[in-house]
Design a protein around this ligand. Structure first.
Ligand SMILES: [Zn+2]
Length: 316
């Protein structure tokens, strides 16, 4: 029986697709529309203001998401949004889409971000640790493209780390994120909030370098680097301690993961990579795996790695 009045609709060709990437840090949140080729076509940056409450942050994010979606649909006519990817300062629970980071996001100790965004936009929502999102971004369209496995260290206020193995984010028990910034590099080093002394973060992070410079009157890590550049011995000692710490960490990580590529990102590496690079040449003396099988590179996406990678979580 053929029913009259029912036209068979042909499936339209798949429209060009973009995704929304979100990068949530302690001070600001960035929201972007990112194309299938990893290009940002619209962006909004807003202060996090975590202490003003999670619900308020979510409603401000929703507004920003609508804005970048509208802007993207002007640039990509007919383009459809494939979903929303979020990279957030951890700890996070990637399986439940829950942020549990009261440490740098005041009051956000069990905050489900996936459900409200999924309900508001009727889209797939994925949440990952920001270091994992950045590593995914670099693997997708940056310094890690074509390499596997990849380990990335991000040097900013703290030291973040991520490993991408077989194209996937490496997870520990219960989905926990490998905390590569807290591997011990100097057992008699400064105490860290992670519970031990002398971890990489306690010596080579921006805040650790800044703290070491305080007694000498340097305001922050930048000040210490500048003083070292001018040849001031105390500053040179602090920086050489950080450089040695990174060298030791790289040695350990290279042996643990044998990554085809080890990437160095974050604000500190963006300006100071060359200062750290020579100590990594020690890797050429490794006897336990084929010489040159592990390559080192500076991150290519800069501050956008997390944002692009977050979108990539739903596009790749
Ligand atoms: Zn630590």
């Amino acid at each position: 029986v053929i029913l009259p009045g029912i036209a068979v609709k042909l499936r339209p060709m798949a429209p060009p697709v973009f995704a929304v990437g979100i990068d949530i840090g302690g001070t600001k949140m960035a929201v972007a529309a990112v194309t299938r080729t990893g290009r940002i076509v619209a962006r909004r940056v807003l202060p996090t203001e975590a202490e003003a409450g999670f619900a308020r942050a979510v409603s401000r994010l929703e507004e920003a998401i609508r804005h970048v979606q509208d802007e993207a649909s002007l640039q990509i006519p007919g383009g459809e949004c494939a979903g929303i990817g979020i990279g957030c300062a951890g700890p996070v629970d990637p399986f439940r889409g829950v942020i549990r980071n009261p440490y740098t996001l005041t009051g956000w100790d069990c905050c489900d971000i996936a459900t409200p965004l999924r309900e508001a936009f009727r889209l797939r929502v994925v949440l990952e640790n920001d270091a994992d999102a950045a590593a995914m971004g670099e693997c997708w369209v940056g310094a890690g493209s074509g390499f596997d496995p990849v380990v990335m260290l991000t040097f900013g206020t703290g030291v973040g780390g991520a490993a991408i193995v077989g194209g996937k984010i490496q997870r520990g028990a219960g989905g926990e994120h490998p905390e590569l910034g807290h591997i011990v590099v100097r057992p008699d080093g400064p105490a860290c909030y992670c519970g031990t002394r002398g971890c990489l973060e306690s010596i080579a992070s921006g805040s650790a370098i800044g703290k070491s410079g305080e007694p000498h009157g340097w305001a922050d890590a930048r000040g210490v680097f500048q003083a070292a550049q001018q040849g001031i011995p105390e500053a040179r000692a602090i920086i050489s301690g950080a450089v040695d710490a990174v060298g030791t960490a790289v040695w350990s990580l290279a042996h643990a993961y044998v990554p085809q590529r080890l990437i160095f990102g974050g604000g500190l590496m963006e300006t100071e990579f060359e200062r750290f690079a020579p100590v990594m040449r020690r890797l050429t003396t490794v006897t336990q795996f084929t010489r040159d099988s592990v390559s080192l590179a500076k991150a290519q996406l800069g501050n956008d790695a997390g944002l692009v990678g977050a979108a990539g979580l739903v596009l790749t």
